[in-house]
Design a protein around this ligand. Structure first.
Ligand code: SF4
Length: 350
């Protein structure tokens, strides 16, 4: 494949590009760096369909980076609830504040300067630099990995193939319109060179592709065998008193850090039973929910108790059950709470 083929891809993109809320309109100049950054952070590990409503809500509420930087941590975390991977939300806020404090509210254009910001790794820095500023950067996401693996019928499995894929992507990236090229590769991977049943006859790169015309596309990218995810057990505690439920704030660092949740004991390979219960009470079990995190899966059992009146508990807040949806519970706790309240209160969950 040559840069001429990159030109063919760009010609295809000019006609078939996806319309996405964070993109500049076709032929309509560059996208807003703040919008590109926000969308790229949200899209890490999350689908375009899931991100859309969150992106629109965030942009309506915080139209500029200065507004986001001035927001309270807990309000931001609540707005993020349901999108998952909550470290992204903490980094989003830290990054917004650094942009305002150290960069006069303007995102840097250079990849190295972007990588120095919280939550921006190699991929995101390249994507912002290319898409928002049209600088030549090598942007490789899962879609691009798949397209390149197929174009060159790469025999090395992922993840070992990544450095080679990056070199090939570098070779293909043109000096003109690098931002559109990056988005064209992503669109091709998302619309044509899909994981299953790619539409090779419609592909603008089929003449240059090693795998597609041979009918072998689905063999690529080759994957190394995955180790099974560990499985853990935990107990969450629903303590109810006079129409309120006890919630706690998790420590700022670590999984679900800084999020408001039900109290919970340790998450371990063995059933922790009532270890970590916030009070001595007669507990009954309401059920169990399963949730899959990036590095492990969790069975969370919900233990319930009620008190005649709220009591003081260090670090605890008594939250009105009827407005539990406004508490911004992470998905696994929203699912657990649903076991207890059923349809008693509306819940955004997510
Ligand atoms: S020809 Fe098929 S396999 Fe090759 S890049 Fe195009 S869609 Fe992917």
């Amino acid at each position: 494949m040559t840069v001429d083929t990159a030109a063919e891809l760009l010609a295809w993109y000019d006609v078939h590009r996806r319309t996405l809320p964070w993109r500049a309109p076709a032929g309509g100049g560059r996208a807003d760096p703040y919008a590109v950054w926000l969308s790229e952070i949200m899209l890490q590990q999350t689908t375009v369909a899931a991100v859309g409503p969150y992106y629109r809500a965030f942009l309506a509420r915080w139209p500029r980076v200065e507004a986001l930087a001035a927001e309270r941590d807990d309000a931001l975390m609540s707005a993020w609830a349901g999108l998952g991977y909550y470290a992204r939300a903490r980094n989003l806020l830290a990054c917004a504040r650094m942009i305002v404090r150290d960069h006069d509210g303007c995102f840097p254009q250079d990849e190295d300067a972007l990588r120095a910001l919280p939550g921006i790794g190699a991929y995101t820095a390249a994507a912002i630099s290319a898409i928002a500023f049209d600088r030549r950067a090598v942007v490789v996401d899962g879609n691009v990995e798949r397209v390149i693996s197929r174009l060159f019928a790469l025999q090395t499995p992922l993840p070992a193939a990544r450095s080679g894929i990056r070199r090939l992507a570098d070779r293909l990236t043109p000096d003109t319109r690098p931002g559109d090229f990056a988005q064209a590769m992503m669109d091709l991977g998302s619309m044509i060179c899909t994981p299953r049943r790619p539409a090779c006859p419609l592909c603008p790169l089929r003449a240059a592709c090693a795998a597609g015309p041979a009918g072998d596309a689905e063999l690529y990218p080759m994957k190394a065998k995955k180790a099974a995810k560990p499985h853990r057990h935990g107990t969450a505690f629903w303590v109810e008193a006079a129409g309120h439920v006890l919630l706690v704030m998790r420590p700022p660092k670590g999984l679900l850090g800084g999020m408001r949740t039900l109290p919970t004991g340790p998450w371990s390979e063995d059933e922790p039973a009532l270890s970590g219960a916030p009070i001595d009470a007669g507990w009954s079990l309401a059920g169990r929910v399963r949730h899959v995190f990036t590095h492990f899966s969790l069975d969370l059992t919900l233990a319930c108790a009620s008190l005649p009146q709220p009591v003081d508990i260090v670090g605890g807040t008594w939250w009105p059950i009827e407005s539990i949806d406004a508490a911004g519970l992470p998905t696994v706790f929203a699912k657990a709470a649903r076991l207890q309240i059923g349809d008693r209160a509306p819940m955004a969950g997510g």
